[in-house]
Design a protein around this ligand. Structure first.
Ligand code: NDP
Length: 523
């Protein structure tokens, strides 16, 4: 009842986080609107599926072209609504989406078409097995504000390629970017009811989870993700949960300090640290610890903070005051417990309400909030380690497990450490950009979520597997169709023996001979 009451609020205003100006004002969907959108999507989906994979990929090809042509306009809107520098919108949103269309155009047909399943069970040899991949029907997608274009777009494109309809609930903070995605998809030829957007706050998400969708992809924080997971479990709604992270970076002492520090600062500060794959913890081998801290502090101080719409800006504002306060709480807590503030650490009120500087903290420990909870802001907390085992233990000492990064020039060590890290992805000598590699599955372990998006495995999430087996000897009765207690018992005993006991193959040949004789007698 509370949900219904809140959802009746009429309009939603989207603000530019850099200067507080209004980007747009939109009508909010009611719970009835959400249900209606899903009903319309359900009726339209069979016709979309009937286009076939190649027909749907043609639409995606047109979308690719349209987005390429209009990339500057889309990037500018992303910057206005989410605050990031325009160049970052091009890099981490537009380019990622274009590459996902490239992946689908190159691979979706071969990955989604029916597949012959070779069968090893000798008694089933006279059957042809095929694996079909069928669309679920209607996907609900609930998306966050930090990548308002690339997250819902990559998920939507894969769902559409597989023959599904999509109803998207974008974050209340970035609804206009979602509407821009809708405009581009419609222009490319996606029918109106096949991709719909329901504008609203959390309660619109609740209504979508409770609607008649067939599967849900939720991207957001761990607490909301748990609530969504519980609601979905009540009705056995399949879900993919892409949740928060606290990604560690391990820097060994054989690295080029300047290169590793450049990587760590970019990984911590891009999008003002508001990236699920952000560097949230940095562990550095003791021999190079102080040098590495100085290199990071130097780089952090050089970054130009300001309105992302202006040329030459490296880091934009945070999304809102609430997010900024979390960062302040974490930094203050760390300093109070003995961390060393090396650069930044004080909001930049002269730039506007939502600006916080790139901040480097040293000597952090795991009893500080900054090392345990997701900060989601421009802070690089650094701690020392002595041995490889120490580094692995520290990295795995977290409830999260989205991604991790290992820096070393010794490839064998990199591989060895990667195997031991509890994470959905590990990058050696780089970070964050696995999200832009369309072949790489994206998703976490532990509290960072369930299931995957992107790549072959992400595409498999968009379809239900269906096995279709055809008997190639339709006029032959099978020997296991009753007759228990007679000869069959002995035959079955010998058959199991023949297959799985020692000397099996020899006996199997004999058994197959008598089975063939029996078959000849029957046909
Ligand atoms: P939230 O969990 O606050 O919100 C995510 C989405 O869920 C929003 O659209 C929100 O709507 C909606 N929502 C809120 N309450 C409910 C509910 N009860 N039922 C259904 N939907 C609801 O996350 P943020 O938007 O703040 O995003 C930041 C978080 O997302 C971070 O933790 C980050 O790590 C994570 N994230 C994870 C990624 C991954 O791939 N693993 C990628 C990007 C971000 P509204 O905004 O209107 O309240």
């Amino acid at each position: 009842m509370v949900v219904e009451a809140q959802i009746e609020k009429k309009t939603l205003i989207s603000y530019n986080p850099a200067d507080g100006s209004v980007v747009g004002e939109l009508a909010m969907a009611s719970a009835d609107d959400v249900r209606l959108a899903v009903t319309r999507a359900k009726s339209a989906q069979p016709a979309w599926n009937a286009h076939g994979i190649r027909g749907r990929l043609e639409v995606i090809r047109r979308f690719q072209q349209i987005l390429t042509d209009q990339k500057q306009q889309v990037a500018a809107l992303i910057s206005r609504e989410a605050g990031k520098p325009v160049v970052e919108a091009l890099l981490s949103e537009i380019l990622v989406v274009l590459d996902s269309t490239r992946f689908l155009l190159e691979n979706a047909y071969s990955l989604l078409k029916p597949e012959r399943l070779p069968q090893g069970n000798l008694v089933m040899k006279a059957k042809l097995g095929k694996l079909h991949r069928e669309p679920y029907g209607v996907f609900g997608i609930i998306a966050p504000w930090n990548y308002p274009f690339s997250i819902p777009a990559t998920e939507t494109l894969a769902a559409l390629a597989a023959g599904n309809a999509v109803v998207l609930k974008p974050s209340e903070l970035t609804p206009l970017v979602a509407l821009e995605l809708q405009r581009l998809l419609r222009k490319a030829g996606v029918p109106e009811d096949i991709f719909q957007i329901v504008i609203g706050e959390g309660p619109a998400g609740v209504a979508l989870v409770e609607s008649a969708i067939d599967k849900l992809i939720f991207t957001g924080s761990v607490p909301t993700g748990k609530r969504v997971g519980e609601a979905a479990a009540k009705r056995l709604l399949p879900v993919v949960l892409e949740l928060g992270g606290k990604d560690p970076v391990l820097v060994f002492d054989d690295v080029d300090i300047d290169v590793a520090a450049a990587g760590a600062t970019w990984g911590a500060f891009m999008n003002a640290g508001q990236t699920c794959l952000s560097v949230e913890r940095c562990y550095v081998q003791r021999d190079i610890y102080e040098k590495f801290i100085s290199a990071c502090a130097e780089k952090a101080k050089q970054l130009r903070v300001g309105n992302g719409m202006e040329r030459g800006i490296d880091m934009g504002p945070m999304i809102n005051e609430r997010q900024l306060q979390i960062v302040e709480t974490h930094v203050d807590d760390a300093v109070r417990r003995g961390a060393r503030l090396v650069s930044g650490g004080k909001r930049l009120a002269e730039l506007g309400t939502n600006f916080y500087p790139p901040t480097v903290l040293a000597d952090v420990t795991h009893d500080m909030l900054i090392m345990r909870e997701e900060t989601f802001g421009p802070v690089l907390p650094i701690a020392p380690f002595d041995t490889e085992d120490d580094a692995i233990r520290l990295a795995n000492d977290s409830e999260f497990g989205l991604a991790a990064s290992v820096w070393t020039r010794e490839s064998a060590r990199g591989q060895r450490v990667a195997e031991k890290l509890q994470a959905g992805a590990v990058m050696l000598n780089d970070m964050v950009c696995s999200f832009g590699i369309s072949e790489a599955p994206h998703g976490g372990v532990k509290a960072s979520g369930l299931g995957r998006t992107h790549g072959r495995i992400g595409l498999e999430e968009m379809v239900r597997p269906k096995y279709v087996g055809t008997d190639l000897l339709p006029s032959m009765k099978k020997i296991w169709w009753y007759g228990y207690g007679g000869k069959f018992d002995g035959q079955m005993d010998r058959f199991v023996d023949a297959l799985f006991s020692r000397g099996a193959m020899k006996r199997l040949r004999g058994w197959l001979g008598s089975a063939a004789a029996l078959w000849r007698k029957q046909v």
